[in-house]
Design a protein around this ligand. Sequence first.
Ligand SMILES: Cc1ncc(COP(=O)(O)O)c(C=O)c1O
Length: 419
Amino acid sequence: MKKNLETRAMFAGHTPSPANEFAVKPPMHPASTFVFPDARTGAAHMETAYGVQGAETPPEGFIYSRLGNPTLNLAETRLAAWDESDDAAFFSSGMAAISTALLAWSGADRPVWYVGPLYGGTQHFLDEVMPTMGREVRAIAGLELLNATLEETDRALPGIIYLETPANPTMQVRRIRSAAEWAATHSTPDHRIVVMVDNTYLGPILQRPLDEGADLILYSATKYLGGHSDLIAGAASGRADIVAKVKEFRTFLGGITDPWTAWMLARSMETLHVRVERQQSTTKRVLAHLRDLCGPQAVRSAWVEDLATAGLDVHAAEAQQKGGGAMVGLVVPGGREGAFAFLDSLSVFKLAVSLGSTESLAEHPASMTHAGVPAHIKEETGITEGFVRLSIGLEHPEDLVEDLTQAWKIACDVATLAV
Ligand SMILES: Cc1ncc(COP(=O)(O)O)c(C=O)c1O
């Protein structure tokens, strides 16, 4: 009988056997290079990697750790197990994964259409960097505008449709299936439209973009996949041919994960579901408290109650999410002054960027993670001066509630004094 997902993911990539002394845990291979059994095999490996015409097909094996490594294979097998994808690729950061995937599947006749808002680094790469590389990039306000955009562009099909859902930090939710169905209808045998989804905020436990028809999932693995604020990594996971091209580009752009980080990721993924489920249940408690204390209008999250209050897409969330995750936004009174007073008063929450870790984190997107986003986009998307972002960790829920309550009161006092 096929085992359940948690069980399959726990053992993916490592089986205790005589080859590994029956070690219950996998070894780590720091080697940068691997010995070829003979020169002919070495030539077959290298010529295949470089796409030399007429190269002999090499046997399974490793060449050099910029192309692949046994410990990396372990982590990639484990992520593919969680996502139930054909294949996965790890990178040295989330941005390395995102930029490599975008470069691999875009081109002069393959524009990128994205539905913002997006994580600031991705948005900058798309708006400022890709056009300098001959890529046409177009921001679309919503997926309902795909047909209108096609008319506007004289029916020039996109090569990529890129989404981030829920969006960091404003929680806009996009219906992945709408993008995938549109892409499937408009793709032709010579022009495949690739749908990419940044699933960093929810991860494989809470949202499964491939089941919704997406082709490639992207992650900042620095967040929930790593989950302990002790590594930087990224990942791409999805359909075999889509990942294969991304891996080919990774070889030449060079942004692969090192073996130590890969080993840490493989270890962290064993507890992914337990961490995320606990972070979600604590978040429910925190959100219920914040809605009472601060009023529902002040609270943002990807849970349906808060999406409804903010006028965001509740139906998409209900259709594709298993819960709203563990990220919270709070609009503090008194603008930047109130928000800073709130952040400086927290003691259990740590004032730091990043998210998805064992410890709870708090930050001010307008001046920190999204400092580089143009003012008009911040305004349109709700990244106001009073907005703070919270990432809920594994501390006791009541300690978090108490910490937030005292900080909120201080921020309210500051806001009243400022009037
Ligand atoms: C949604 C999202 N995507 C991508 C990234 C980039 O990841 P990294 O910092 O690992 O490069 C981040 C980082 O915060 C993020 O929040």
